[in-house]
Write a protein that binds this ligand. Structure first.
Ligand SMILES: [Zn+2]
Length: 260
């Protein structure tokens, strides 16, 4: 719908110039406004204008007191095993949005994620910053290559997250073709940037409630001043807070299961 609206505005600007050349200023304003509006939507990870976008868990999961912890940009040889150990210690399940090329290099970590009851989800093959500017066919190639890598390891992802949450207007159609659902987040920890674990913890734990989807990173985590990955420093306190509030950490397929 957005692409159609954008096309209509663009055509209106062209027709305006053809019919009334002296109004070229208005036509240019329309085109520039169109470009800036589209750019705003692309860089708005939690908005719904670019297609279906999950930012919270569904009502049945909220009723069960569930919360989803998601970890992006792995698998990582050093950090992912530490995250898995912490999740086990607190008996929590989670979802890992893995990058295809990293998954291809470390199938043993993928297997470990699945073995411990978590889910592996699709986060593109290369995780390029300009992913949101790709054509439909290039988007599909990134996504399908990752699905193929997973399937070699007996894994079928159901969910997808765009790098940084930036979505192309074409992405929704591609995801439908690939039978994937886009997941953004309720809150993110900025744990690839912020080096203070207490600041990340405060951001993630503020108003924590059932249905929240939290985004952290097992790949590219920032390091605390002591040299510890921020995600590893934050998780024990965060998982304790979840337990105190009676919140159950589940993977996305568990939260969206239909038989509950
Ligand atoms: Zn990412």
């Amino acid at each position: 719908m957005l692409i159609r609206l954008s096309g209509i505005i663009g055509m209106t600007a062209v027709i305006l110039v053809m019919v009334s050349p002296e109004r070229w200023g208005l036509a240019v304003s329309l085109i520039l406004g169109n470009v800036f509006f589209a750019g705003f939507l692309v860089m708005c990870p939690r908005c719904m204008f670019l297609g279906d976008n999950i930012v919270r868990l569904p009502e049945p999961a909220i009723g069960r007191g569930e919360i989803a912890l998601t970890f992006d940009d792995g698998p990582d040889v050093r950090v992912t095993p530490l995250v898995l150990e912490l999740l086990d210690r607190f008996k929590v399940k989670a979802s890992f949005f893995c990058i295809g090329e990293k998954a291809a290099a470390h199938p043993e970590i993928l297997a470990e994620i699945i073995k411990r009851g978590h889910s592996v989800e699709n986060h593109t093959y290369h995780h390029r910053n300009l992913f949101a500017l790709y054509s439909s066919s290039a988007l599909k190639k990134e996504i399908v290559s990752t699905q193929k890598t997973f399937s070699k390891n007996g894994i079928k992802a159901r969910f997808f997250r765009a790098p940084m949450g930036f979505r192309s207007p074409f992405l929704d159609g591609v995801l439908r073709d690939c039978r994937l659902e886009h997941v953004a987040w309720t809150r993110r920890g900025f744990d690839t940037v912020w080096k203070r674990a207490d600041a990340v913890f405060l951001r993630l734990s503020r108003n924590l409630s059932a249905g929240d989807v939290l985004m952290l990173h097992d790949g590219g985590s920032a390091l605390t001043p002591e040299g510890q990955p921020v995600v590893v420093a934050v998780l024990p306190g965060l998982l304790e807070r979840c337990a105190d509030l009676g919140l159950h950490g589940v993977s996305l397929p568990m939260a969206f299961r239909e038989d509950a």
